[in-house]
Design a protein around this ligand. Structure first.
Ligand SMILES: *[C@@H]1O[C@H](CO)[C@@H](O)[C@H](O)[C@H]1NC(C)=O
Ligand SMILES: *[C@@H]1O[C@H](CO)[C@@H](O)[C@H](O)[C@H]1NC(C)=O
Ligand SMILES: *[C@@H]1O[C@H](CO)[C@@H](O)[C@H](O)[C@H]1NC(C)=O
Length: 444
């Protein structure tokens, strides 16, 4: 049966498709800006040492998952995002702490805005006039009256009720409401706008009719350089950037994160630019649980030749999808039982007890030239991902520290340090994630 709602979805998909043709192959890349490490980031402090920046990133990584992102009961599947009883969506990842920023332009004429990216949520919103409660922002707040392409969405428009449960009706306009784990929230109206990316090739890529939140009331944010949030998460989150670009990018994206020492030229690739090939590519299936992050299945971790099987006191961890892959969080968090085995193997391999950093809680070593660090491999279903020393051990003021902690009662998570210098491709149709060792500073 063809309902009017289906029809307008088809229309949206068609307009995206038509546009993909106009752009040739539909593949493009944009820069991701690391908050601390990238000299292009407004938060980059040239007076700080690299170690200071690393410390800042670790601290933020800990607050990103602190308090929020806690598991309440073992019977609940490892979903970090849930629609609450009111039907509006609350992510349990904190809004604070996503490591990467992105430049987007919205409106006509295009207004360039720096926004935070969030892997745990699935809507794009920017602070928007008229402000009821906007946080302090360095640049002028986006004003829809200055854009000729801004179109309010009526609440009977299918996108309002079909694309997400978190929508409601207010004076006939489609209202969205998103809450984050740290109790910050954005409330406003959903609108169609033209979204433009400055692609790395220099050619702007325009996405007409992009559904974006015009946030009038944004509470709990303290990010004066960030004009809003772009959700990169998925699942049923059809409002996410990835879902909305779906047809245009053949449901594929990838990223290549440079080593923390280098800091800039992180890439986020869409469509044909995202595809990775070669003999050294390994792939593993992912699952999505409601909205938010992507989940992989971790079978074991090897420290040199010693294989430590996945184990956890949480029953739900035994199932498929026991670890979230998150480009937004610095550290990797593993179940306590498994982590302590890894810790003892690492101590054995380095022939040293190391010490626990009082600052970060990480296992650290005062390394000298003779210290032999073990090879650590993550064994996901069908994919053995062999980490480099830089992926496994982080250079901090305390020494070299294992980039991994016990998750405690938080969710188990594969963080971004472990992913640096890998090209990581997400193929949403094939439902798999692939890894290829790559020098990301050279990746085009
Ligand atoms: C992001 O956009 C601003 C202008 O709003 C520009 O000054 C800055 O260089 C851009 N950053 C990157 C990394 O492209
Ligand atoms: C969710 O919806 C209810 C009812 O509409 C509202 O009171 C509440 O503030 C909303 N937001 C969050 C984050 O729960
Ligand atoms: C780690 O792997 C490298 C390359 O695969 C190998 O040369 C090295 O001996 C390994 N280290 C240990 C401690 O096994």
């Amino acid at each position: 049966m063809t309902t009017p709602s289906r029809l307008s979805l088809v229309f949206i998909l068609l307009s995206v498709l038509v546009h993909a043709d106009a752009n040739g192959n539909g593949g493009f890349s944009v820069h991701l800006i690391h908050r601390d490490f990238s000299p292009n980031s407004p938060y980059f402090n040239s007076l700080e040492t690299h170690h200071d920046r690393v410390q800042t990133a670790i601290r933020r990584s800990i607050s990103r998952t602190n308090g929020a992102f806690k598991r309440s009961s073992s019977s609940v599947a490892s979903s970090p995002t849930n629609a609450n009883q009111n039907g509006n969506i609350t992510t349990t990842l904190n809004a604070i702490g996503g490591d990467y920023l992105m430049n987007i332009s919205i409106g006509t004429p295009p207004r360039q805005l720096l926004v935070s990216t969030d892997t745990g949520s699935s809507i794009a919103w920017v602070q928007c006039k008229p402000c009821q409660d906007c946080y302090e922002q360095n640049e002028p707040v986006f004003d829809p009256r200055e854009s000729s392409s801004y179109k309010s969405i009526h609440c009977l428009t299918p996108v309002c009720f079909e694309l997400s449960e978190s929508m409601s009706c207010e004076n006939k306009l489609c209202k969205y409401d998103i809450g984050y784990g740290d109790k910050s929230s954005s409330i406003g109206h959903l609108a169609f706008e033209t979204l433009t990316f400055d692609s790395t090739s220099g050619r702007p890529v325009k996405i007409p009719q992009f559904a974006i939140g015009c946030g009038h009331s944004n509470e709990g944010f303290k990010d004066a350089y960030s004009n809003g949030m772009v959700g990169l998460g998925t699942g049923t989150g059809k409002l996410s950037l990835i879902s909305q670009l779906g047809a245009k990018i053949d449901s594929k994206f990838s990223y290549c994160l440079v080593d923390a020492d280098i800091g800039s030229s992180n890439k986020f690739n869409f469509g044909s630019h995202a595809e990775i090939t070669g003999k050294d590519v390994v792939s593993t299936p992912f699952i999505t649980v409601e909205e938010g992050l992507y989940y992989l299945t971790l079978k074991a971790v090897s420290v040199n030749d010693n294989r430590i099987p996945f184990k956890s006191k949480y029953e739900s961890d035994g199932q498929e999808g026991n670890i979230a892959i998150d480009s937004g969080t610095t550290l990797t968090l593993l179940p306590e039982e498994m982590y302590s085995d890894i810790e003892s193997e690492v101590k054995k391999a380095t022939n040293s007890d190391g010490f626990i950093s009082s600052e970060t809680g990480l296992l650290c070593f005062k390394a000298d030239k003779n210290t032999k660090f073990p090879n650590i491999t993550f064994h996901f279903t069908g994919a053995d991902v062999k980490l480099t020393d830089e992926n496994s051990f982080l250079s901090t003021p305390d020494g070299l520290c294992l980039n991994c902690r016990s998750a405690g009662d938080r969710h188990v998570l594969y963080g971004n340090l472990a992913q640096m210098d890998f090209l990581v491709e997400y193929d949403l149709k094939a439902k798999k994630i692939s890894f290829k060792p790559t020098d990301c500073s050279k990746h085009k």
